[in-house]
Design a protein around this ligand. Structure first.
Ligand code: ZN
Ligand code: FE
Length: 254
């Protein structure tokens, strides 16, 4: 099993550092400086960079990392423009990071961007800006249907999957979730726990898929209270995609 370290970047990004012995990989290095600092401090050699999508806060550090270690492999979405990409992916592949003794399943999860990928292995999911704690990414390049299907694919992974998303957005997401589903007791409990963590400046990521399925409205479009809230926002009845679209639109202006 590989170890994981959280490298905070910018205001609310997380860069995930995967390591085994002295070999390391990073997911979505938006900034090189804190990654180089962690590698130096821990005496690690970077072997791979995994990119979920093209936004600058996820790939802006690639240049700086390649300048430091030119032979690093850069995995990312084939459909998107990724700096220094050596291994373009479309989803459905299995990739092997030999120095970390790690095999990852690549999943296409379009919606936030056209080629957005998620990486899953050893019970851990790296999902970038597709699924967040208590929420999901904005639809910049995809349709509600595409995003709804992407989230369903992620939700089909085992319940105990740890969810390593790329932003600390949970607290604000849960405020919205409570507006959608005030009667959800698991959600209230989670919102209280998250508020305590954030007041202490602590991270709320990773969560688990079980927690997300119980509290994240974007994974709960078929639940009666969520569906009713979506209908009140104009969604047709018995249409989970329309419910998802209504929720996403509501959240955009919440
Ligand atoms: Zn993004
Ligand atoms: Fe982002």
């Amino acid at each position: 099993m590989f170890d994981i370290a959280r490298i905070p970047a910018f205001k609310d990004n997380y860069i995930w550092l995967l390591r085994k012995d002295t070999a390391a990989a990073v997911v979505d290095p938006g900034d090189a400086a804190p990654v180089l600092e962690a590698l130096r401090r821990e005496g690690l050699a970077l072997v791979s960079i995994l990119i979920t999508h093209h936004h600058q806060d996820h790939q802006g550090g690639i240049d700086g990392l390649l300048a430091h270690s030119p032979s690093v492999k850069v995995f990312g979405p084939a459909e998107e423009s990724i700096t220094g990409m050596s291994n373009p992916l479309r989803g459905g592949e299995r990739i092997r990071l030999a120095p970390l003794d790690l095999e990852l399943q690549v999943m296409a999860v379009p919606g936030h961007t056209r080629g957005h990928l998620a990486y899953y292995g050893e019970g851990r999911l790296f999902c970038g800006d597709a699924l967040f704690g208590g929420g999901c990414g904005r639809l910049f390049e995809g349709t509600p249907r595409a995003m709804h299907e992407s989230l369903a694919r992620l939700a089909a992974l085992p319940d105990d999957t740890e969810v390593y998303c790329a932003h600390e957005y949970t607290e604000a997401n849960l405020r919205f979730a409570l507006a959608v589903e005030p009667g959800n007791r698991a959600l209230r409990r989670r919102a209280d726990e998250v508020a305590v963590l954030r007041a202490k400046g602590m991270a709320t990521v990773p969560s688990t898929l079980a927690v997300e399925k119980a509290t994240n409205p974007f994974l709960r479009c078929k639940e009666a209270e969520v569906a009713a809230a979506a209908r009140a926002r104009g969604a047709a009845e018995n249409d989970p995609v329309a419910a998802f679209a209504a929720l996403r639109e509501w959240k955009d202006s919440f």
